[in-house]
Structures are given as C-alpha cells and as structure tokens.
Design a protein around this ligand. Structure first.
Ligand code: UD1
Length: 415
C-alpha cells in the first residue's frame, strides 16, 4: 500500500510553481464536449482527477492528448451517452459531463457520482435544475436518464452550490431562449469557466455575481484557454512555509484570489509579498491563532479548512473553526490529534488548543484536503510520519512530494 514517509522539522526554502486550478480545469474539460472543434486547456495538471475525467470522456468518444503541459480535447464525434457507474464513482466532477453532454447531444445516462468522503453529497440541485431547464429525468434508483432540449427558464438554487451552478450553465448554453441562475455560486473558478465558455461563443453575463444570465446560442467553437492558477494549491504551500518557518517563493500564483489566506498571515510573525503572479512568504515558524468560518465565495474556502486547522494546531492560543459547507469535514482531526494536536470537534465547530509541538505517527488520509492537512502537520512534526491514503492527495496535488522535496522537505513515496 502506497504511503508517504515524512521526516519533519525541515525548514522549507526555495521556489515552487503552481498548476492550473483543479476546480477550473475539471468543468472546462467537460465544457470542451460542447463543440466539435478542438479545445486546448493550457498548463493542465496530470492529477488523478483529470486522468479519471479523461477516461470518462474517452467512453463518450472524445479524444484527448497531452502536448507538453497542455491538454488537447477533440470532441469531433460523440459516440456514447452513458457514463459507467465505476467511472461516476471515481470523482464528483463526472457530473459536469452530464450538463455538457445534454447541451451537445440531448441525452445522458449516469449514476450518482463519487468524490471525497465529506458526508452526504446529493445531486438534487443539479437534477432539479435540469428539470427546470426542461429536460426529462427518469431515475430508477440506480441509473438516471436525462434527455431533451433546454428552454430558457429561471433556476433558483437553494444554496450557492459550485457544481450545480457550473452544471446548469453547461446544460443551458445552447438552450432555446435565455436562462437565469439565481443564487449562483461566485467562486473565481466559475468566473474562469464562464470566461472560457464566452471565448467559445457562449453569451453569459453576470460572472462573479449571484445572478447569471445565459442567452442560448446555436453552437460553440474551439478555443485555447489558460485556466486560473490553483488558489488552494497556493494556500497549501503557503501554510507549509508558515508551519516550517520557511522562506518560499510561489510562482504562477493568483495573487488576487489568495487574500482570504494571506490576510490571516500578514502579521508580525510572517511577511507576505504579492506581485505579478509571485508570492513570497517568509515565516519565523510562529503561528498566531485566528477564528474563521468556511462558506461559499467570498467567505473562507472549505477546501483550505483542513490545512488551516493543521497550522492552527501549532498556534500560540485557541482558534475556533466553523465548517458551514460540508457536514463531515473534520475526519482528519483524529490523525492530527494522534500526532499530538489538541483539537476538539463539536458539531460543525473545531476548537484548536494550540500545542508547542507535534510528533510523527502512522496516520491515514481519508480525503484530498484532509490528507494535505495531515502531510503539513507531518512536515512540522518531530520524527517520522507514515501517511497512508496518498491516492486521495494525488487527486488534487500534482507532484506533491516532488515539489515539497525541491523545497527541502524530507518526504518519500514508498510503494
Ligand atoms: C466544489 C468543489 C470542491 C469544494 C466545493 C465547495 C469542484 C470540482 N469541487 O464541490 O472542491 O469543496 O465546491 O466549495 O469544483 N449540495 C446539495 N445538493 C446538490 C449539490 C450540493 O445538497 O445537488 C450540498 C453539498 O452536499 C454541500 C454543499 O451543497 O454540502 C456545497 O456543495 P457544492 O458547492 O455543490 O460542492 P461541489 O460542487 O461538490
């Protein structure tokens, strides 16, 4: 069974380059299905979620090819409309393909998607949105069949769901008439997806607001698009630098959309400079406690919650962290506590009583970001940690151990 062996307490020093954002690239890959022409997604990370989505696209007859760092998607011919259950289970983003496939061919057959284990993750907002758009949905409890042609309508989301917003956009770009999405999610990755779709000929306005207008167009064209840089990957390396008292230069970074985390660090124990896609962080290893609550953008991103809690486990005081997006996103805390952290979870809130040091342990990563948080703790801990469940981390971090090693971390992948 694969694991990372991490010997902690090395100060990280050097430069690390950030990939295109996973959460932008995945819906963009699905968006490529909307056109017969070729689409090039630049700087596409070869993370396992991308590779799984490539396999799904392949099942539909879509050809994909990596050329250097760019992913070329050729959806000239769509030969299928069924996404096999085992592939749906691989990743939650498989659901995006449904919206795009419906716009392109008018039919899709699939089952409930998988994804990180963060508690119940239903797709009712997606399904209800598709119904409101005019698609017919037949669900026998296992297989869901959707077909038809979207007509312009108003979709009101009960919660600003990232995935549902994206899926409804994809399912309505070629609708007859205009669609409005109310209470749409405002994440920068959605703004980026809209940027790509508009470059393909879509007519979407309101990006970055809670109200999106999509004027249906007849057809979409090929494009070459550079997705935004991954703000969660950036945040993870920033925290790695803080926790190890390091000095790290982060390149190809999104210097705008990272203030949610750098604002928490810009204090007397840590200096952060942001200019022209480069972030430099210089930390003396001291962590100041702070409270935060996760939420849809522009609130603190839930995908940075576990890494932040790992950092706060070493803060000089008490921090309170409230998780409002997912019901079960504190699973990794058990591993941190095994390493010497003092974190108490009650309902949706974790109280972190900062400790002076963590120690190496044998621990399990149960999900992507929780796994990253555990590795960050191991980088700061005294002694060796053996982190199992690395396949979760591979879903979203390209060359995780390679990048950390280049910064001076002592981390090995053992097969
Ligand atoms: C996306 C991100 C994920 C991030 C999350 C929240 C991608 C590929 N993934 O996931 O990294 O953690 O946004 O920022 O972009 N919900 C329902 N019914 C639905 C859909 C969602 O009840 O039909 C609930 C979910 O269970 C969850 C909440 O809404 O509690 C938010 O989920 P959502 O924003 O949809 O997250 P994802 O799109 O799955």
């Amino acid at each position: 069974m694969e694991k990372f062996v991490i010997r902690g307490r090395n100060r990280l020093y050097g430069s690390v380059r950030i990939e295109s954002a996973k959460n932008a690239v995945l819906p963009m890959m699905a968006a490529s299905v909307l056109t017969k022409e070729k689409v090039v997604i630049e700087n596409c990370p070869k993370i396992s979620d991308v590779l799984s989505l490539i396999e799904i696209l392949g099942r539909l007859g879509v050809k994909t090819e990596f050329y250097n760092e760019n992913l070329i998607v050729d959806s000239g011919e769509i030969t299928g409309d069924k996404i096999p259950e085992y592939l749906m289970k691989e990743l939650r983003s498989s659901i995006f393909v449904v919206g795009a496939l419906l716009s392109r061919t008018g039919s899709a057959e699939f089952s409930l998607p998988g994804g990180c284990n963060l508690g119940e993750r239903p797709i009712d907002f997606h399904i209800n949105g598709l119904k409101t758009l005019g698609y017919s949905v037949a669900d026998d409890g296992e297989i869901i069949k959707v077909s038809g042609k979207a007509t312009g309508s108003t979709v009101k989301l009960p919660f600003a769901s990232v995935g549902a917003t994206e899926n409804i956009i994809l399912a309505s770009v070629t609708a007859k008439g205009a669609t409005e999405i109310i209470n749409a999610a405002r994440e920068p990755e959605i703004v980026d997806l809209i940027g790509m779709l508009n470059s393909m000929g879509a007519k979407i306005s309101g990006a970055g607001t809670g109200r999106l207008s999509i004027e249906g167009v007849e057809r979409l064209y090929g494009t070459r698009y550079k997705p935004m840089s991954d703000r969660i990957e950036t945040g993870t390396y920033l925290i790695a630098a803080v926790m190890t008292g390091g000095k790290v230069r982060i390149t190809n970074a999104d210097t705008e959309n990272i203030s949610f985390i750098t604002d928490k660090f810009c204090n007397n124990t840590c200096k952060v400079d942001r200019i022209n896609g480069i972030i430099t962080i210089n930390s003396d290893g001291k962590v100041r406690p702070f409270d935060f609550s996760t939420g849809p953008f522009p609130a603190f991103p839930t995908d940075m919650q576990p890494q932040s809690v790992a950092m706060l486990s070493l803060a000089g005081g008490i921090s309170r962290v409230k998780e409002t997006v997912f019901k079960n996103r504190f699973g990794y805390v058990e591993s941190l506590n095994k390493m010497g952290a003092a974190i108490k979870v009650e309902g949706d809130t974790a109280t972190c009583y900062g400790v002076r040091r963590l120690h190496g342990e044998t621990v399990w990563a149960g999900d992507l970001r929780g796994g990253a948080g555990i590795c960050l703790a191991a980088l700061a801990a005294e002694g060796d940690s053996h982190v199992y469940g690395v396949e979760h981390i591979d879903r979203g971090y390209y060359a995780f151990e390679g990048k950390l090693k280049s910064l001076g971390a002592d981390i090995e992948r053992i097969y």
